[in-house]
Write a protein that binds this ligand. Structure first.
Ligand SMILES: *[C@@H]1O[C@H](CO)[C@@H](O)[C@H](O)[C@H]1NC(C)=O
Ligand SMILES: *[C@@H]1O[C@H](CO)[C@@H](O)[C@H](O)[C@H]1NC(C)=O
Length: 294
């Protein structure tokens, strides 16, 4: 009796050791496999979109030959890897579509976990945004709201002037903008309702919002200071065609003083947030051009 109890106990101990060794071996294999997958992801990311496996093991396939749109012969297509470096492909290659989620990112960072919460403002020392444009910063707990479908993503082009144009100094000119899929003319009070409401959609699934034109003088190759701009105007009127236009003037009078300028659109929601799109991989919602004023 005693002997058989001791024997059974011994067998159990041996089994536990074997199971643990096996478990550790499996954990190691899994770690290696995950690490290899991550390395593949980043290697393929550099070549453009391809088959990747995210860290949770769900596999996303992005097929540049299958679900893809062919661009015209002038537009060399570009794809973007998960780190944002863009690769230009030859003109015969087709561009990738935004059909699939971007591959899991590698070598990225994450803010402290206590900031990754919808309760962020409860634990923040910053004042509540409270509908105001707080120059010292603030914390907004407005939710993000309604997100359009990919068919209703916003796309904008500046139709006048043209990129690279030379414009006579101090003479009036209009900036004309064509915006797709933005229900224009929606503009709440920026003094009391700034970021106060979530993004919202009309019955066609398009974002309620408005457009802006912002112009900055460029000097050197660095990013311009966003606090300095030569011209800024909200394009707040409704427009069924998506076309809006504004006459440019500065404190010196009509047009712009001589210089090299960047003219950009800045699409906004009813409550002035930057517009939120349904997928990460897509074309830009705004346009910028550069002009020489002399
Ligand atoms: C993955 O890449 C890292 C850094 O390039 C390297 O140290 C590691 O050995 C690679 N892992 C595998 C499984 O290839
Ligand atoms: C700018 O647009 C307005 C309104 O359409 C028009 O009357 C004006 O002539 C335009 N200005 C120039 C310089 O084209």
């Amino acid at each position: 009796m005693k002997v058989s109890i001791i024997l059974i106990a011994l067998i159990v101990v041996v089994l536990m050791v074997v199971v643990d060794v096996d478990g550790a071996r499996h954990r190691n294999l899994r770690k290696q496999r995950n690490s290899r997958n991550r390395n593949q992801t980043s290697a393929q990311g550099n070549l453009g979109a391809s088959t990747t496996q995210d860290s949770q093991g769900a596999s996303t396939t992005q097929d540049s030959q299958g679900a893809s749109t062919t661009q015209d012969s002038q537009g060399a297509s570009t794809t973007q890897d998960s780190q944002g470096a863009s690769t230009t492909q030859n003109s015969q290659a087709s561009s990738s579509t935004a059909a699939d989620p971007p591959p899991a990112a590698t070598n990225t960072l994450s803010p402290p976990s206590n900031l990754l919460s919808n309760d962020i403002c409860k634990n923040s020392n910053q004042p509540s945004t409270g509908g105001k444009q707080n120059k010292g910063g603030s914390c907004s707990d407005t939710i993000q709201g309604q997100i359009p479908s990919v068919e209703n993503m916003i796309s904008t082009i500046i139709t006048n002037p043209q990129n690279g144009d030379t414009i006579p100094a101090n003479e009036p000119f209009n900036v004309s903008v064509l915006t797709n899929n933005l229900d224009l003319g929606f503009f709440d009070n920026p003094q009391t309702q700034y970021y106060a409401f979530p993004q919202s959609l009309n019955d066609q699934g398009q974002i309620f919002g408005h457009q802006h034109v912002t112009i900055q003088q460029l000097s050197g190759n660095g990013p311009p200071d966003p606090q300095n701009f030569a011209f800024f105007k909200g394009l707040n009127d409704p427009s069924n065609s998506g076309q809006l236009s504004v006459a440019v003037a500065s404190s010196a009078g009509p047009g712009l003083p001589p210089g090299f300028y960047r003219i950009c659109t800045m699409t906004g929601t009813f409550s002035h947030q930057p517009v939120l799109m349904p997928v990460a991989q897509r074309g830009a919602q705004d346009d910028c051009i550069r002009v020489n004023v002399k």
